[in-house]
Structure formats: structure tokens, C-alpha cells
Design a protein around this ligand. Structure first.
Ligand SMILES: Cc1cc2nc3c(=O)[nH]c(=O)nc-3n(C[C@H](O)[C@H](O)[C@H](O)COP(=O)(O)OP(=O)(O)OC[C@H]3O[C@@H](n4cnc5c(N)ncnc54)[C@H](O)[C@@H]3O)c2cc1C
Length: 466
């Protein structure tokens, strides 16, 4: 029997797509299409439940067929881009079983739940699930766990992994295993949960999770500072961190980002005239959250601190203005892609006090390699989205952007930084870990992979250092 028919016999013909058919195209790439990456697959399997994921995995493992786990396809590292002859196992239909236990601050989440839907459902119950990647409207919880996704508000609250207490995962050669569960503390064994979180589909397939919640903060108010230089912006970031306020988010954008995003977004910052936004070199957004009284006090403190060295400070207070600001912030990435018709988007991490220096180096690299650049990111975490803007059809431009990015990784690792703070390694950076980790640590990576996946069939060619 042909592969597609065999899978259809396991999970139903409506849940399998032949890899060479036109509906398969939607599953052959991810956001790295913006740098012209795409793959091919023998079939796409979209099981309805965890048992279906287990059956397809067991079949692939028994037949030596590579498995490419897939969530919402919003990844920036090519992790979900399939290799020839592989079977893509998408978790998008695993949506049954979202169960809140708010009295105990927890929720059971099927892997196919859209991130924004989980946040919204929690909020309706008076609870908060903080991780808020800019892709939250399309990314799935399974994909967020597999990449250990962050976002603006993970500065105060921690990335996805901080919110996972238990995992349901299909491991080789096709076994559904529960690791952890409802309990919030568990130190008895090795921390397999953390090993699987961020493993980018190379160790197993997440089918569900127990996640923690907290009561939703009563209020959240951002303050936006506009600065005449990158150095003044850097000083504002450090002033915010030293202010005694514990902001939920500290973000930054440089002038090149504001300029690149403007044609698509129509305004630089919602509600503000170009006289304010158009002359700034660096923008810092800090948000206070908590009880209404606390937020009112913190907001005043942030305004005072952020005024030092600023051209202007904007502090929206109406709910609609605040939502418009964050909505605008979420769309910046796509707006920047629109400028040249593509981009090589990196997610490096540096010590927070070295953001200005790194931003300057990104622009210097761009100038030397003849690729326009822009930077924004999660300043509090020192996590910079360094973007090399290039048309996806311009092969020579893409090659120059890749060279510039490689030099950037060399710089970042030379100052104790990380090559990826959010997007993971995937295929686009799979040799770059060697810049960051000692060779003993790289050996341990390879050994861990062999223990979980002795045949090397889970997402081959992704994540590992060599
Ligand atoms: C506009 C935009 C903004 C973004 N902003 C952020 C941000 O603020 N923070 C951030 O961290 N990222 C961000 N990203 C990157 C991306 O959205 C995240 O990496 C996200 O977590 C990927 O989730 P996904 O469901 O789309 O996964 P996919 O892209 O489908 O897959 C990502 C990786 O996870 C693996 N995988 C997927 N599902 C599973 C599963 N169930 N089990 C095992 N492995 C699996 C895949 O094999 C792949 O290696 C952004 C992307 C875009 C397009």
C-alpha cells in the first residue's frame, strides 16, 4: 500500500494530504518563506487526537520515515519546514479538552489551541496566561512549547516553559507519555519536562499540557519614551530597570524599524503625530501592571524616569489606546517584511547594557554587506530582533544577509550572548550553536538526541549543533 493510504487507514482519509497535492503547499513552509525557504514531504497527517499522533508516529518509526512536527507554521527558523520523503504531523486538530481549573490556577491545554484563544479564554475567567508572542493569533500552544516562545510580557512573567507543569508527548517509537501534570512542584527525577520544552520537535511531539495561570492584573498601562540617540535610549532602558518599578514589559524599536513599518501601518505609534514620532532615533515602551493603585503609582514613576534625555514621553491611559499600541506592536514584524518583500530575522540576546552597541553593529554590518537593517525587541531581556531586509527572490542579497548574520552571531557570542532567544535554531542556524556552547555541551546535546530518538527520525537536520 502507498504511504498515504497506510496513514489514511490509521487516522482516516480526511486527515491525510498527499505531499504532492496542492492542499499540501500550506504545510511545506513557515515564516522563513520571507527568506525563500520551503520543503517537500511525502504526506501531511493531521490527526484528530493524541492517539492518532501516536499511531502515525509509530508507523513512521517502524518504516524509517522522518517525522516533522508542526504547529501553526509561524516559526522563524525553518523548524517546521519538511525534508524530502518526510511525514509532517500537524497538531492543529488537537483542540478538544481545553479544561480550566481556575480554583487551582491551572488549565489543561490541547496542543492545537491557538495562543491568543488560550489567553482570551483565561481572561474571560479573570485569569492571565502571560506568554504573548507577536504571532499569538496563529501560533499553537504545541508550537510555543516546542520553541519555548517568549513575547513582550515574558520579561516579568517568564517564557512559555515557566507556565508548563506537565506535558503529554508522543515519544519514539510511538508511545504517549505523560511527564508531570497538575502539580506545581516536582523535583524527584531529572527535569525531562524542561528538556522537551524548546526541543523544536527533535525529541517528540507535544499533544497537550497542563499549564499554570495567575489572576489577571487589574490594570496595565504603558509609557512610551522617544529618544534622540541610541545611547539615550539605552540609558532610558537601564534607568527603568533601576527605578524600583517591576515593569511587565520593556520593549524598544529603532528609527529604521519605525520607518520601514510606516508604509504598511500608516502611523508610527497609534495616535501620535509625526512631529513626535518622526524625529526619534530610539523608542522605549515600558508597561506597569498590577492593581489599579499600584499601576497609577508605577506609571508616574516610569514617566518621571523615562523623561530623562527624552524628546517626548507619551502615556496612553484609555483602554482602546493601550490595545491599539500593543496591536500595532504585534504587527511591526509583518510590516517590516513588506518593505523589501522579505527579511532575515534574527533573535539574538545580549547583556541588557550592550543593546545600543549591538544595534550599532547590526547597522554597520548591514552597510558593509549592502543590506538595509532595522532592530526592535524585548529590551528588558536584552533580546534583539535584528532584521536584514531583503527581497526573498534576491539570492545574492539573501546570501549577503546570511553572511552579515553570521558575523553578528560571532560578535554576540564573543560577549556572552545567545544566538537565539525566541525563534530557536531550526535549520537556519543549526551550525551556530557551536559558536556558543563548549564542545562537551554539544556532545551532550547529541547524546540526549540519541537517547530520545535512536533512529534520528524526529525532525532530522534541525536544532543540533552539527
Ligand atoms: C509576526 C511574528 C511574530 C513573532 N513573535 C514572536 C515572539 O514575540 N516571541 C517568540 O518566541 N516567537 C515569535 N515568533 C516566532 C513563532 O511564532 C514562535 O516560534 C512560535 O512559538 C511557533 O509556534 P507555531 O505553532 O507556529 O510552531 P511551528 O512554526 O509550526 O513550529 C515551530 C517548531 O516547533 C516544532 N513543533 C511545532 N509543534 C510541535 C509539537 N506539537 N510538538 C513538538 N514539536 C512541535 C516544529 O517542528 C518546529 O521545529 C513570531 C513569528 C511571527 C510570524
Amino acid at each position: 500500500m502507498a504511504l498515504v493510504d497506510e496513514l489514511a487507514a490509521l487516522i482516516g482519509s480526511g486527515n491525510v494530504i498527499a505531499g504532492d497535492s496542492s492542499p499540501a503547499r500550506a504545510y511545506l513552509g513557515d515564516e522563513t518563506e520571507s527568506r525563500a525557504l520551503s520543503g517537500s514531504a511525502a504526506a501531511i497527517a493531521l490527526p484528530d487526537d493524541a492517539e492518532g499522533v501516536r499511531q502515525v508516529t509509530a508507523w513512521c518509526y517502524a518504516h524509517d520515515v522522518a517525522i516533522v512536527p508542526r504547529g501553526g507554521g509561524s516559526g522563524f527558523s525553518g523548524g517546521a519546514v519538511p525534508s524530502e520523503g518526510s511525514v509532517v504531523i500537524g497538531v492543529e486538530r488537537l483542540t478538544q479538552g481545553l479544561e480550566f481549573e481556575t480554583g487551582s490556577w491551572r488549565v489543561h491545554v490541547p496542543a492545537g489551541t491557538i495562543t491568543a484563544a488560550l489567553r482570551e479564554q483565561a481572561r474571560k475567567r479573570g485569569f492571565y496566561y502571560p506568554p504573548d508572542p507577536g504571532s499569538q493569533a496563529v501560533s499553537l500552544i504545541g508550537g510555543n512549547i516546542a520553541t519555548n516562545a517568549g513575547g513582550p510580557h515574558t520579561f516579568k512573567y517568564g517564557v512559555t516553559g515557566s507556565w508548563v507543569s506537565g506535558l503529554e508527548v508522543v515519544l519514539a517509537p510511538g508511545e504517549l507519555v505523560q511527564i508531570g501534570g497538575r502539580v506545581r512542584k516536582d523535583v524527584g527525577g531529572y527535569d525531562l519536562r524542561s528538556l522537551l520544552i524548546g526541543s523544536e520537535g527533535t525529541l517528540g511531539i507535544v499533544t497537550g499540557a497542563w499549564m499554570k495561570l495567575i489572576p489577571a492584573p487589574e490594570a496595565a498601562l504603558p509609557v512610551v519614551g522617544f529618544y534622540p540617540s541610541t545611547e539615550a535610549g539605552q540609558a532610558a532602558i537601564l534607568n527603568v530597570l533601576a527605578s524600583g518599578v517591576a515593569p511587565a514589559a520593556v520593549e524598544f524599536l529603532d528609527a529604521e524599524t519605525m520607518e520601514a513599518a510606516l508604509p504598511t501601518l500608516g502611523e508610527a505609534i497609534p495616535g501620535l503625530p509625526p512631529e513626535v514620532t518622526g524625529t526619534a532615533t530610539f523608542v522605549v515602551i515600558a508597561e506597569a501592571d498590577g492593581s489599579s493603585d499600584q499601576v497609577a503609582r508605577d506609571r508616574e514613576d516610569l514617566i518621571a524616569v523615562m523623561q530623562a534625555g527624552a524628546q517626548a514621553v507619551h502615556a496612553p491611559a484609555k483602554r482602546a489606546e493601550v490595545s491599539a499600541l500593543w496591536l500595532w506592536r504585534d504587527v511591526v514584524s509583518r510590516a517590516v517584511t513588506a518593505r523589501e518583500g522579505g527579511k532575515v530575522s534574527e533573535d539574538i540576546v545580549v547583556p541588557v547594557e550592550r543593546i545600543a552597541e549591538t544595534v550599532r553593529i547590526v547597522h554597520e554590518l548591514g552597510a558593509r554587506h549592502r543590506v538595509p537593517t532595522c532592530n526592535w525587541g524585548h529590551a528588558g531581556d536584552g533580546n534583539i530582533h535584528a532584521n536584514f531586509m531583503v527581497n526573498r527572490n534576491d539570492e545574492a542579497g539573501l546570501a549577503r544577509a546570511a553572511e552579515a548574520a553570521h558575523e553578528l552571531f560571532e560578535f554576540v557570542t564573543s560577549i556572552g550572548g545567545a544566538v537565539s532567544g525566541e525563534h530557536g535554531i531550526g535549520i537556519v542556524k543549526n551550525h551556530m550553536l557551536a559558536l556558543q556552547w563548549p564542545s562537551r555541551a554539544l556532545d551532550l546535546h547529541a547524546q540526549v538526541k540519541r537517547v530520545f530518538d535512536p533512529k534520528g527520525l524526529f525532525n532530522p537536520g534541525k536544532k543540533l549543533a552539527r
